[in-house]
Ligand binder design. Sequence first.
Ligand SMILES: [Zn+2]
Ligand SMILES: [Zn+2]
Length: 237
Amino acid sequence: MSHPALRGDHHVHSTFSDDAVSTLEENVAVAAAAGLVELRLVDHVRVDTAWVPEFVDAVRRLEVPDGLTVRTGVEAKMLDASGTLDLPPLPPGVDRVLIADHQFPGPDGPWSPTATRERIADGRISAEAALDLLVGATVAAVTRHPGNQLAHAFSILPKIGLDEDLLGAERLAAWAAGCAATGTVVEVNEKWGCPGPAALAAARHAGVALVASTDSHDARDVGRYDRVARLLAGLGG
Ligand SMILES: [Zn+2]
Ligand SMILES: [Zn+2]
């Protein structure tokens, strides 16, 4: 029997995102055909994004088949170690912010993955300090923006030459406690295959709610799980 979370997809992009190809309607149609009960439509924002009210209106006008609940979100990246997000003012009707590690949240602002890898390689920052910064920034972001969702947590680690296994139990416990204390939902992301088993076990132990997501940029991928199914099965019950 498959995990109940697999009947939802909590991170699905539409053409409101520059890099996605499907309309809101196409995503809803595929979700309904796949038998999903919950679909979260989410697009990428920056502090100067102006289309969020239009997005909310477009979602409100969707014809949604019985049995499917459509929710909304915007995906915003962490900008720095203090947990600032690249987020515009939000109108009513945006259910959740998806907090993303697209750039490394440095003390002085976002570092690109390449710049971060170089800093680690030439010793300007140790791997341990980088891991501390990432976890600290994430906890700071969820504390400043409680009740939201972590998008593909730790997806930046392979991009900066580090592995989730380096996080260790203590950092993962602090990360999971921060999510639990702030009502933050953690998504298990198909595109990036993260977070990994140790982080998910820590989240589960702390009582964090987990949801499944494809991070689809093409409606054909909505609700199709392989890595997420295995990660959730690995957690047991
Ligand atoms: Zn993302
Ligand atoms: Zn995304």
